[in-house]
Each structure stands twice: as C-alpha cells, then as structure tokens.
Design a protein around this ligand. Structure first.
Ligand code: TNX
Length: 685
C-alpha cells in the first residue's frame, strides 16, 4: 500500500542631510559603547557613511553583529595564531588555514604565541559574551583594520566562527584554485550562538547508493552553514548499504540495487564497508558533525528480508529465517519502485532480533555520537498491529539503550504502547501543522516527554520539487503538492510553534531530509539540497524571528543574503537550483595580466559567477586603462536540466599603443542584477 502524504533609510537621503548625519553618526560611533550599538541586533554603526562597508551577507544570520568602519586585509604574510598553551584551538586553526590557502595561495602558517599586526588569532577561552549559548557552540569574532580575534569556549564554537570568517571574505575564498583577491573583511564585532542544539541533514543512501566520497563532499558543503548533524538513512526497502559482520547477505544481496529511475527497473546499488563508514564518521567529526546512523525498522526493510529470508545456513539464525517476514508479500519479492509501507519484520521472530541486534550493536560501536535511529515510520496496521509495532519499538529501544545510545526515530515511534521518554528523540515529519490530525505524533511525543526534531515535510523535505514540475526530472510532490516548495516554504515557519503543544521546551532542533528515490548523483542531491538547506540552517541557528509570509522583513532580508551565497556556492563547485525567488548576485574575479610582447591582451581577463544567467544575458565592458574601452564576452557552459550554468570566463581583446602598466577594469551587468566591477593591472612589456 502507498501511504498518502499528502531601508535601509527608505529612499536615498538628500545629500546635505546625509553628510550632516554622517558627522553626527561618526561622532556617536566613536563614543558609543558597543553594547548600546548592539541593542537592535544587526546594526550599522556608522556604516552608512563608510561606503566601503555594507552589511556582510551572512547565513545563518548571527545573533548580534556591529559593522564598523574600514577593512581588515588578509595579506600573504599573515599567520594564524594560537596562544601558547592553548592546544585546543590548534586543530581549528589548521582547519582555517586549510580553508584559506587554496584560494589565497598564501602559506598562512599556524603558529603559537602572540599575534602580530595582520594576524588572525584563535582562542579557546571565555569571551564573556556567550551567556545565551546552550552548548558551547557560540563564538565572539572581532575584526579590526589590523587583526582578527576569534574566541570561543569550545573548539566547536571556534569552528563555527571560522565558517563566519570564510563568509566575511569575498565569495572566491571558496575556490580550490588561486584567485586574485584582495582578501578583505569588514571591521565587525559578532557575538553568535545557535538557537537549537540539533541542526541536521538527513541523507538517504538506501534508495540510491552514494559513495563515501560524495557524502564527504556534502559534509563539507553543509558544515559551511553550521549544520552539525548528518543523519544517514542506511537501509530501506530497495537497499541495505553497510557491511554487518555475521550477515554478509545483507550487503551482497541487499546492496545490489537502487530505485529504478529514467525508465529502468533498477539502478546500480553498492554498499560501504565498515572502514568506509568509519572514514565518513571521522570526516564528519573533523567537521564537528555528529553522525546519526539509521537502519529503518520494523518496516521499510524489504532489502533485509530479501537478504535473510533464505539464509538457512547462517549459524546466527535458527535455520528457519522465513519467519522474519511480516510483509504484504510472502514469499517476499524485490520492488525497486518508490512504493512504501509494504514490508515489515516480525517482532515475534528470534531471527529478526538476531539480525537487528547485530546491526544495532555494530553501528552503535562505530558511531561516537549520542544517537541511534531505529526508523519506525510507515508500518500499516495491516502488517503489524499497533501493539506488535510498539513491542518491536520497545524491544529495539532496549538494545539501543544497552549500547549506551539515545533512541531516535521518526515520530511514529511516539505512538501508543511505546515506552519511550526523555531523552529519546522523535523526528516530526508530517506536513500537518497547528492542531490538524497529522500532528498527533508530535503531541504524543511531547506527552511522553520525548525530545523533538522538527522536519515537517512541507517545510523541510529537500526531496520535494521546488515548483510545478521543477525540476522535471527530480523530486517528489506528496508533501508540497502541485505548487512545490521553494525557498520561501523552507524559510517561513517556526519550529517552536509549528505544531500546537510542541514548543521550544521540547524541540531540540531542525532537520532537512533528502530522501533518495529520484536523486542518483551528488549533483542531483546538491540541486535539491541547495539553496533550501540554507533556510533551514538559519531557522535552526538564528534567533526566532517573524517568518510567516513572503513579505516579512525577515524573509526579504534572508533572500537578499541568499543572493550573495550563489557565487560562493558556485566557486566551491556546489550545484544548486537558482531559485527565481532570489535575485542572484554577480561576482567577478580578475587577476592581474601581462600582455604579449606585441602589447596585446587576448582571451581570459576574469572569471564570472552569474548563477541562473545565460552567458549571452550578461554585458561585459572593459576599460583598458589607456583611455579606451570596449566590450567583452562571457563564455562557458549553459545550464542544462538540473545542472547550474558553469562559472563563465570573461574574454577581452586589446592592443596597447605603447608599453606601460595600466589600471584596467571589467564591469559585468545583467538585467535584474547589480553590476559588478573588478580592477586589474595589465603590464604591457
Ligand atoms: C516519506 S518521511 C518517508 C520516506 C520517503 C519519503 C519521500 C518518512 C519517515 N518516510 O520513506 O522516502 O517520504 O519523500
């Protein structure tokens, strides 16, 4: 059976008023204590009169940010400094250096001692500003024209802070190849910490297999937005993806296929060795991300049933493993479609428990995080009665707790008869809100004292289409209907009041889920995940705001900041959907050039990020610094299907009349976007 899822100062001030106010504001900026300037959260202390500094386009939005005058410029001579005796900051200092070296090309040595002018200092200590921080994930970041100081109570806090440093730098800092810079950051003071402890991304490698390398890329992409949990859906009806010692069939048989797409009955499968899993966990840990393993039960496990149904010689089973099968089909059969709700394992079978005990014990041992997820979704009462279902959940919960882990599962596990309580976690996935019928799993969880992760499908399911038939080849429609779920749906809701009775007293966080029925490659996954994950990252990190309509100031502000993230994602090689809700910003990187011996420039002068724009939709003007100017062209690969357009190469041709050093500029404009200009020096020999 298939379950139904159903002003800035407004206008420009007159010149005289502006300069009069500028004098007053700069006087105030000097004399005002920081705390006063911070009262309104994000403020622009004197920034309106310092045209070099606009408000940094950060996601998630920090708790408090004061923008000052002037910039810090990261120079090739900079060090990343950790105070002597503060080894706790060292790994994160190394992370920062590793993030900044490729695009800057600087050596950025990580040293201990005292910072000199131009250095970035990382301190594990108490900056005294993080009282509201729930778990030591916050940080205090101060940049001046001469240095950067990042201080946090824990290394995790520092790690969150270095993600902010990256976003304060130009978009090209995310590039893996050397870019021209200059690497300036505005003078700011940021006090920041998360609203919620759990900020997750769930990836389904069961419906379509993904190799560890793809998952590691996704980890890096998500960590940049302070996501701290990777929930791995390791098994479902169509595939079982991790080796379990003692049950080789689980992967040799259970891992052989994936959901069929594009007219195929079955796509290729695959599985991870335990060493693969450990490497992914280690990579996640290095990104301060916790892995939550999930092997779904007692339903969504046709792959397990198909693997073990005939495993009569396995000494860990009793010779009659057919009794594990409580599915709609007996004997069971493969179904590589998107069907759900037809499989279940029988709670009364000792073989069921031999299999699940091995799975839980081994995955718990391989996973350092606090949670083990038992799944628990979508088992129709035609397969297991509610009491059979509850007895299954209770028995497996005992195994999980016996391994020292906290039970997590889809909120179905809060149903009648299960004896779960705090700190067990129910993940709320129903799209229903308020007091609608479907919200019962949320209120049941609260009645049991369970903690709740909010993932309402209509606002957090990254596998749903953006718009009607967009994209045409990826995504499902059950949660978002024909209209789809674009960025606004992901942003305009509040986790602490979505379900009546499920409040911030219960909610520990938010999770975006990318179920894998239609997504085959990492590129597919990225296209569905980005940019919507950024909305969830902000909802789960930033302070509560009024996010209830597409015209709310919070949404308008978010969309503006999101526009600036496009170039950042592109430079980082992240595929994403260029939502039409966003006026994506253009970004240019123009290195200095040396002309040919004939004083000629011909070919590439800049790289352009223009998300969602055809190369023919941009206009390029180049002033060559010798009193002449001309047009240029943008070349590259156009967007196709679910692949964003490439970064474009901006080309120009010019011959200088005589040798010299010329200060040139390249300007790109496109309809609906703010023009961008980059400066470069041409040496004509
Ligand atoms: C519901 S949400 C499911 C998954 C599907 C997903 C598709 C939940 C707990 N179960 O089995 O893959 O919808 O969007």
């Amino acid at each position: 059976m298939k379950t139904t899822r159903s002003m800035r100062w407004a206008g420009e001030m007159r010149g005289w008023r502006r300069s009069w106010l500028a004098i007053l504001t700069s006087a105030l900026a000097v004399s005002l204590p920081l705390s006063l300037a911070q009262i309104t959260g994000v403020t622009r202390a004197a920034a309106d009169i310092a045209p070099t500094n606009s408000v940094p386009q950060l996601i998630p939005k920090p708790v408090s940010m004061t923008v000052g005058q002037g910039n810090f410029t990261l120079a090739s001579t900079a060090n990343i400094v950790v105070p002597s005796g503060s080894s706790a900051a060292m790994p994160v200092a190394q992370d920062l250096a590793a993030y900044l070296r490729p695009a800057t090309g600087y050596s950025l040595p990580v040293v201990t001692g005292s910072p000199a002018s131009g250095d970035i200092e990382l301190i594990v200590g108490d900056p005294g500003t993080l009282q509201g921080d729930p778990d030591g994930e916050g940080y205090q970041l101060n940049t001046t024209t001469t240095g950067v100081t990042l201080e946090a109570i824990t290394p995790h806090g520092l790690y969150n802070g270095i993600q902010t440093i990256r976003q304060l730098l130009p978009a090209w800092i995310t590039s893996s190849s050397v870019q021209p810079g200059p690497w300036t950051m505005p003078v700011v003071q940021i006090t920041d910490f998360p609203r919620y402890t759990y900020r997750g991304l769930m990836l389904d490698i069961a419906r379509h297999f993904e190799p560890p390398s793809a998952v590691e890329q996704l980890i890096d992409q998500a960590a940049a937005y302070k996501i701290n949990t990777l929930h791995l859906h390791l098994s479902d009806d169509q595939g079982f993806r991790i080796v379990i010692n003692g049950f080789p069939n689980l992967t040799t048989i259970g891992g052989q296929g994936s959901v069929g797409t594009g007219g195929r009955t079955m796509d290729p499968g695959g599985f991870w060795t335990q060493a693969d899993y450990q490497a992914v966990v280690a990579d996640a840990t290095a990104h301060f991300m916790t892995v939550v393993p999930e092997v779904d039960s007692p339903g969504h496990n046709n792959a397990i049933i198909m693997s073990e149904y005939n495993d009569t010689t396995n000494t860990l089973l009793n010779g009659h493993p057919q009794d594990i099968n409580c599915s709609a089909n007996n004997p069971p059969m493969w179904d590589y479609t998107q069907d759900v709700g037809y499989s279940a394992m029988c709670p009364s079978s000792t073989n069921t428990w031999a299999i699940y005990t091995a799975i839980v014990d081994q995955l718990a041992a391989l996973s350092p995080g606090p949670y083990y997820d038992i799944g628990g979704d979508e088992v129709p009462t035609t397969l297991l009665s509610q009491s059979q279902y509850a007895s299954f959940v209770n028995q497996e919960a005992g195994i999980v707790q016996g391994q020292g882990k906290t039970v997590m599962g889809w909120a179905d596990i809060a149903g009648s008869g299960t004896n779960l309580a705090s700190p067990s976690v129910a993940e709320y996935w129903n799209p229903a809100s308020g007091t609608a019928t479907g919200t019962v799993t949320g209120t049941e969880a609260v009645q049991k004292g369970m903690k709740v992760v909010m993932a309402p499908a209509s606002h957090a399911y990254l596998d749903q289409k953006y718009r009607h038939n967009v994209p045409s080849t990826l995504g499902l429609t059950w949660a978002c209907g024909i209209k789809g779920c674009d960025v606004d749906k992901f942003y305009n809701w509040d986790p602490g009041s979505f379900v009546t009775g499920v409040t911030d007293a219960n909610v520990i966080g938010v999770e975006g889920t990318i179920f894998g029925e239609t997504t085959v490659t990492l590129s597919d996954v990225d296209y569905m995940v980005f940019p919507r994950l950024l909305a969830l990252a902000e909802i789960s990190w930033s302070p509560k705001a009024t996010r209830t309509s597409t015209s709310s100031p919070a949404y308008t502000d978010f969309i503006g900041r999101l526009a600036a993230q496009g170039a950042r994602l592109m430079a980082n090689g992240v595929n994403f959907y260029p939502s039409t809700e966003v006026s994506w910003g253009l970004s240019l990187a123009a290195p200095d050039l040396t002309a040919s011996s004939q004083d000629q420039v011909s070919g590439a002068v800049a790289t352009l990020a223009a998300p969602g724009f055809a190369s023919t939709a941009v206009t390029v003007t180049i002033t060559w610094g010798d009193g002449t100017s001309g047009t240029g062209t943008a070349t590259g690969t156009a967007a196709t299907g679910t692949t964003l357009n490439s970064l474009y190469t901006v080309q120009g041709t010019h011959t200088y009349a005589k040798p010299g050093t010329y200060q040139a500029t390249v300007t790109v404009s496109a309809s609906g976007a703010t023009s961008v200009t980059a400066h470069f020096t041409v040496t004509a020999p």
